[in-house]
Design a protein. Structure first.
Length: 970
């Protein structure tokens, strides 16, 4: 991957927008009129007579003295205005690329700005830097009028921007910005004065006495003093962070007071950081310039790299990307105008830049700076903060639907992450792909699509530029999004080019953003991982990165995140897994676990929307003290997406609505605890004096089924899931089967239902790839099979964890196999592979396969159009039919399903019969759930499976039960 260096600043141009150029030439004579346009969209749902309302679009007309133009339609008003302006420029024969004016040479502009900053006129202005200049005039003796160069470089926004024009690295390197300022000062001989070896500047000629008198810059005989509390943070981690008190005099300069606390003679050696946190924040870091700062006064500073010796201050590193070694202060300052005497006839008197008076104690540092700011710089941190669940929420691993997502969206989080780390805004490039003509007869998530058309939209700064026919594209296209992240120098750092395609443009953007965030999250958790491992994890997520540029931007992460592990307790609490859940797979950090309450039967499954209440407390060893850290009365998230910490999701997978659970686990890094805590002093005391753990208490309040189940329940009674179980039960009774294997058993709903009936079954087996689902299935089956009231004839039951397309000899030769509503969750190629593996290797006597009938979706979706919980975007989406669930990879029509099953049966000597549940075969569009029953043609005496029945075990036993074994299963 190529990395492009910073362009020389002198060649840089300011690219004006078409609208800005029109304003330059015509001013107020340019008249823009924007009108809203409602466009009807084609109703592509067969049999759906409900009219579909299209989204609002905008059209702009621009009237100039010479011409009149009308733009196309756009999703945003500003895009329509820019289009109209661009059309007008074309008619006028103006080429923006050729005629766009350039800025002045940055060096000349910098020198011109410096000249103005040290003028009489600027001293009277209301500007943060002018306040420093007035305060510097109050300094004693030889220091009078001298202002630190770092203050000039940081406090004047225009000058700071000019430094970034010269070299974008100046934004993150205070020494480079100071070098620019000092170099410019040396070229202003006759205007300003610099002292050799000192990083300070003074106006050569005194300000006029009239201005000094007007501003009342005189030393009072009885100067006011203000006591300000700040935080002193030593560079050594062995030393404690301490609150300190600064005494600032109205007759002095507050930076001199900070310099004294930092152990230097005066403020000329003090450097300032940029503001920390939000743009509106005045919080800054103050630290001492090292002796060998590498400052150069050469005029050729465009590509200058300022280096200095000394160990880094890791606490400062986490707050800002300045390389801070030595001790430093964290405080706020603002330009506060102190009136020597009140007057309504003249401007404020002595404008002294004072430290903002507020209490900034160790608690504030621990909470906000050492916690919140640390978390906000992590890829998943802004998601945790947006959910107000620092100890509970996790960044989900997948973006399913807008209606199920809670908290900040992935694109917003990625943009915020880039801002926090001083990177350029991510660039989103969304490409529309037309569906092939054959897609109308073969509905699926379009895997085989044509090459991208020339319909590409580039997004920068988190916003998009719409095209005239975007909405019509939405109805007949799918989308793929590429994301690029670059440094401030435009060096390419990360590029994500997902292979997946989506029906919605926003879905493609959010999924691509989430891939980058997930990958970055893995790196931030383990910044010391080998490059080979980092490359492998990137390739899995369709990510490419430039190692040189990546480690250059995030080189300080290891020193930051080493601190995470200091929060871990030495040793662990004794393991005490509760005996009432012997089969639970709880994760390594969970020590105790208990579920209370009766089983209501309403249980969560992947894709369902859960609402829980929870409390998180810090508990000392022996539970002598307990401090509440975090709580939430109603917390919603989608099950199966990793939206909460893994132990909590594992526990919830084994609960039903109304039940409560309690478990304890290891401490996370202390920064997370401090950020979540309210009573900081008690928490710090507990962490420092006792062995502690986190205790979670949660109650499952409600479960909202996935869209597929809601649609089915709205139309069928009993639900289709119940009807499918009844259908399988009929074949079990008819065939007198004694053994059954359920391929893709999930949370065991089929196996659980079969235990309610008296059948000939003696052995049941379930296979699934989801460990969480199997954990839930194990709980259900264990409870029922171990009950003394059970009339079931089941003698043994086993749950295997593994893929149903991998051969395992223990799954061969069963009387009956079931695969109900499973294959549509696989890629179509994998579903076909499963059919071949099942019939050629597993060889069940009977195999029952069910899958949704795509043609029936229009009826199901019509019945749920008024559902208030549906995503509004889904309601207005113009698509012939959506899949029944967001995680369906494909859905077959009757013709496609029959063709697949017939060919599969022919290849493997099986007979196949077609049926279904929900609806009728004789009434269009057939059954809602279509079923194929495969029956082996060969007679039992001819059955010889020795050829394929090799001893090969690719599945792992997750849970096993035997009626003749009275001990608890492992």
């Amino acid at each position: 991957m190529e990395a492009r260096g910073c362009a020389v600043a002198t060649a840089r141009k300011t690219n004006l927008t078409p609208k800005a150029i029109i304003y330059q030439k015509f001013g107020n004579r340019a008249c823009y009129k924007v009108e809203e346009v409602q466009e009807s969209i084609q109703n592509g749902c067969p049999g759906l007579a409900i009219p579909q309302k299209g989204p609002s679009l905008y059209r702009c007309s621009l009237e100039l003295p010479e011409i009149f133009v009308v733009s196309g339609t756009f999703k945003k008003k500003k895009d329509a205005e820019q289009c109209a302006a661009e059309m007008a420029l074309e008619k006028l024969g103006i080429n923006p690329a050729a005629d766009n004016p350039t800025e002045k040479e940055p060096w000349d502009a910098l020198i011109e700005r410096m000249t103005y900053l040290f003028s009489d006129e600027f001293l009277q202005s209301l500007n943060p830097l002018s306040g420093h200049l007035r305060a510097a005039l109050r300094r004693d003796d030889d220091l009078c009028g001298f202002i630190p160069a770092s203050v000039v470089a940081v406090c004047d926004a225009k000058l700071s921007n000019l430094c970034k024009l010269l070299n974008p690295k100046a934004e993150a390197n205070p020494f480079l910005a100071v070098s620019f300022v000092m170099t410019a000062a040396t070229r202003l001989a006759g205007s300003v004065v610099t002292t050799k070896g000192q990083l300070s500047i003074q106006k050569q000629h005194s300000y006029s006495p009239e201005i000094i008198e007007a501003l009342d810059i005189i030393n009072s005989d009885n100067p006011d003093t203000i006591s300000v509390e700040a935080v002193y943070i030593p560079s050594s981690l062995d030393k404690l962070v301490q609150p300190v008190s600064l005494t600032v005099s109205s007759a002095g300069y507050y930076l001199d007071a900070i310099a004294q606390k930092l152990g230097v003679a005066d403020a000329n050696k003090v450097l300032l950081s940029r503001t920390i946190g939000k743009a509106s924040s005045d919080t800054r870091v103050y630290f001492v310039a090292p002796e060998s700062s590498g400052l150069s006064l050469s005029e050729n500073l465009v590509n200058l790299e300022c280096q200095f010796e000394g160990s880094l201050n890791p606490r400062a590193t986490r707050l800002d990307k300045h390389r801070v070694n030595l001790e430093y202060f964290l405080t706020r300052y603002q330009v506060a105008y102190k009136l020597a005497r009140l007057s309504t006839t003249r401007p404020p008197a002595s404008a002294l830049p004072l430290v903002c008076v507020f209490s900034l104690s160790q608690k504030i540092f621990g909470d906000c700076c050492d916690g919140m700011m640390f978390i906000s710089k992590m890829p998943s941190g802004n998601y945790k903060l947006s959910r107000e669940a620092i100890l509970t929420a996790e960044l989900p691993s997948v973006f399913t639907t807008k209606s199920n997502w809670r908290g900040s969206f992935p694109r917003e989080i990625l943009c915020s992450f880039c801002r926090q780390h001083r990177l350029s805004e991510p660039v989103f490039s969304s490409v529309s792909l037309p569906l092939k003509a054959s897609s109308s007869s073969r509905p699926q998530k379009p895997v085989n699509v044509a090459e991208p058309v020339e319909q590409k939209q580039a997004y920068s700064n988190g916003t998009g530029t719409a095209t005239d026919d975007l909405e019509s594209l939405e109805s007949r296209s799918v989308f793929r999004c590429k994301v690029k992240i670059t440094s401030k120098c435009r060096d390419l750092i990360i590029e994500c080019s997902p292979k997946e395609i989506y029906k919605k443009q926003n879905d493609s953007v959010h999924n691509a953003s989430l891939k980058i965030l997930s990958w970055l999250n893995g790196y931030f958790k383990d910044p010391g991982m080998p490059v080979e491992k980092l490359n492998h994890s990137a390739s899995v997520l369709d990510i490419q990165f430039c190692p040189e540029n990546f480690f250059k931007e995030f080189s300080l992460c290891p020193s930051v995140h080493t601190l995470q592990h200091e929060g871990k307790q030495e040793g662990t609490l004794p393991e005490a897994i509760s005996v009432n859940v012997p089969y639970a797979s709880l994760g390594q950090n969970v020590f105790s676990f208990n579920i209370e309450g009766s089983d209501s039967g309403v249980c969560p499954s992947n894709g369902s929307l859960l609402c829980i209440s929870y409390f998180v407390s810090l508990v000392s060893e022996g539970k002598h003290t307990k401090e509440l850290l975090e709580s939430n009365a109603e917390f919603e998230f989608e099950m199966g997406t990793g939206a909460v910490i893994s132990p909590l999701e594992t526990v919830l997978a084994q609960m039903s609505v109304g039940q409560s659970a309690f478990f304890s686990m290891d401490l996370p890094p202390h920064e997370f605890i401090l950020a979540a805590a309210n009573d900081h002093e008690k928490i710090v005391s507990s962490l420092s004096s006792k062995a502690c753990c986190l205790e979670y208490s949660t109650t499952l309040l409600s479960v909202t089924e996935p869209p597929e189940e809601r649609m089915e329940q709205a139309l069928f009674s009993p639900p289709l899931s119940k009807q499918r179980v009844e259908y399988a039960l009929q074949h079990i009774k008819k065939s007198c089967a004694t053994t059954l294997v359920d391929f893709g058993c999930g949370s065991g709903s089929l196996l659980d239902s079969l235990l309610d009936y008296s059948t000939s079954l003696e052995k049941v087996v379930g296979v699934d790839i989801s460990q969480k689902s199997l954990s839930r299935a194990a709980k259900i089956l264990h409870t029922k099979l171990s009950s003394t009231n059970s009339d079931s004839g089941i003698k043994s039951a086993v749950l295997y964890g593994g893929s149903i397309i991998d051969f395992d000899s223990r799954l061969c030769g069963f009387d009956i196999g079931t695969c109900l509503e499973v294959i549509e969750h696989m890629e179509e190629e994998q579903a076909c592979l499963f059919g071949n593996v099942a019939l050629s290797y597993f060889h069940p006597k009977i195999l029952i396969v069910s899958t949704p009938n795509y043609e029936y979706n229009v009826i199901l979706q019509r019945s749920s159009l008024t559902n208030q919980e549906e995503d509004p975007d889904e309601k207005t989406e113009s698509q012939s039919c959506k899949f029944r669930n967001h995680d369906h990879r494909f859905e077959w029509t009757r013709e496609q399903f029959n063709s697949w099953a017939t060919e599969l049966a022919r290849q493997h000597n099986y007979n196949v019969e077609f049926s279904g549940v929900g609806g009728s075969a004789d009434v269009e569009p057939g059954f809602a759930s279509q079923i194929a029953v495969f029956t082996r043609e060969i007679l039992p005496q001819e059955d010889d499976l020795s050829e394929n029945n090799k001893s090969e075990n690719n599945c792992k036993v997750v849970w096993e039960w035997n009626r003749f074994d009275t001990s608890d299963p492992p």
